[in-house]
Design a protein around this ligand. Structure first.
Ligand code: F6P
Length: 490
């Protein structure tokens, strides 16, 4: 807010993402509002609330059109409007090519180096390009000045920065890539790699979560397009235009809004155990995320299996709850994961269930932020076992939810968050045995040690919160604008 009121006082901010922050759906009892399970939304929403301006996103809810004006605009948040949400409409057929196929069967597994072979089809690339054009046009429509600050989000819009640059040459375009960027060798299999890198280089700044991903991107540009690389200043110049490549580790708001309405930890503990039908003194571990194959959900179940095999004394005294929001379920890799997770949970429960206590509870549905925070507060351990992850905000939300300074975070070394939350218990999700040992260690960790670790992690997130993430980008934007101004008057 300070940056917006100070250095960027008269600037217009336009955010562009595929996922919208508020979804309106028809339900049996009328139109209901849903807040999607999305790290991008939980990070960007508070920032956009603070900056004002316009957020352009795909209108995906069944009642979205009714809740917007004829141009797709609606003021949000619904209870206290502070910015405009401009919904862009995408047909089902286009959604297949742009979102499900190119973005989520192509770029998603490619960038996560997941063990799901990326799929590329020329027709999907055409749709992806057409949707990027549509959103670029929406940005230009919404711009009320010739030099807005455009905040482009994620791998759905790699071509958009260049398209916007062609029409608004003076815009400050900051593109944030929310997922990893693999090394140049891996990226080289993408059939349209040159176009995608050139598209991104329409930005003034391209941001990633970690320095490692910045280096990978610079390497990729160096190898596949004709450009000038300045490693000292981490910039790439293409056709006379310089783009800076910067790490901005994303975070969460502090304190999180969802914490406000929470009951004391003791009440959350008993409410959740009662709801699950498990004894009050049961130790609880939780995993909460979208049902995605990059999150290592099967792997953490295998770790629970290893733990209960090695330590049968935990049977009946320990329960693992996996809350998983269905996501991209049309895609075979996602449907297969869901089926395999259900099969594995049943097998583990069969093997280790005792006295009516099943060790694995798989709850497949959307959980709203209040429920997520209640689960976090009820848990002894939170398991984040991503096979590969840009940042992972679940890890940060768990820490933020524990104002009692108790609870242990078991965190994959392959999540960007592990670079910052070094007091978590680090786990290798590819090794169920060692992950089982780490979960046991978490379950038996003395309260004093939990407190010490929690305090350090909470201090870090309090300081490096999402406002700092956005503030740093906006400060960098402001510096670039000043530089541009000086060059113009020189
Ligand atoms: O951060 C990666 C990301 O794909 C975001 O772009 C997205 O909002 C989130 O994960 C959830 O995915 P989806 O929007 O496909 O449900």
């Amino acid at each position: 807010r300070e940056v917006m009121n100070g250095e960027l006082a008269n600037a217009q901010v336009i955010v562009v993402s595929n996922r919208e922050p508020y979804i309106h759906n028809h339900e049996a009892d009328g139109i209901k509002l849903q807040i999607p399970a999305s790290g991008l939304v939980s990070a960007l929403e508070p920032v956009t609330r603070a900056c004002g301006g316009t957020w352009i996103a795909h209108g995906s809810g069944s009642a979205d059109q009714e809740m917007a004006d004829s141009e797709g605009r609606i003021r949000v948040p619904p209870d206290n409007p502070g910015y405009t949400l401009r919904r862009v409409w995408i047909s089902e057929h286009e959604q297949e090519g742009y979102y499900y196929s190119l973005a989520n069967e192509g770029l998603w597994p490619l960038c996560h180096i997941a063990f799901v072979r990326p799929t590329f089809r020329a027709a999907d690339w055409d749709t992806y390009r057409a949707i990027n054009e549509r959103f670029a046009k929406a940005v230009v429509d919404e711009a009320t000045t010739d030099s807005p600050i455009v905040l482009v989000q994620d791998y759905h819009f790699a071509l958009l920065p260049r398209m916007v640059r062609a029409r608004l040459p003076k815009a400050t375009i900051i593109t944030f890539w929310h997922i990893p960027w693999p090394n140049s060798e891996t990226f080289s299999i993408f059939p349209w790699k040159e176009e995608i890198v050139q598209g991104l280089l329409g930005s003034s700044i391209v941001g990633f979560h970690t320095q490692f991903h910045c280096n990978n991107f610079i390497e990729t540009a160096d190898r596949f397009i004709e450009s000038r690389i300045d490693r000292e200043h981490a910039s790439i110049t293409l056709s006379g235009r310089e783009t800076f490549i910067r790490p901005y580790p994303i975070s969460i708001e502090w304190p999180p809004a969802a914490l406000g309405a929470q009951k004391p930890v003791a009440e959350c503990r008993s409410a959740v155990r009662e709801r699950l039908g498990i004894p009050a003194e049961t130790h609880l571990a939780v995993g909460i995320e979208r049902f995605d194959y990059t999150k290592g959900i099967l792997d953490r179940m295998l770790a629970i299996d290893a733990l209960l095999t090695a330590h049968p004394e935990w049977k009946g005294r320990f329960v693992f709850v996996q809350a998983a929001a269905p996501t991209r379920s049309k895609l075979p890799a996602y449907a297969a994961l869901q089926a395999e997770a259900q099969r594995l949970a049943a097998e583990i429960n069969d093997r280790h269930g005792i006295n009516g206590v099943a060790p694995v509870h798989l709850v497949i549905r959307h959980h709203d932020p209040a429920e997520v925070f209640e689960l976090f507060r009820a848990a002894d351990v939170c398991i984040v076992s991503s096979l590969h992850d840009g940042m992972n905000l679940v890890a940060k939300e768990f820490v933020a939810s524990r104002d009692d300074e108790q609870g242990v975070l078991a965190l994959s070394t392959f999540a960007g968050a592990s670079r910052e939350l070094s007091e978590a218990l680090m786990v290798n999700p590819y090794d169920p045995h060692s992950m089982g040992v780490a979960i046991e260690r978490a379950l038996t960790m003395p309260a004093a040690e939990q407190r010490e670790r929690m305090r350090l992690m909470r201090d870090l997130i309090r300081n490096r919160n999402v406002y700092r993430w956005a503030g740093q980008m906006l400060l960098d934007a402001s510096r670039l604008r000043k530089k541009q101004h000086v060059l113009e008057i020189a």
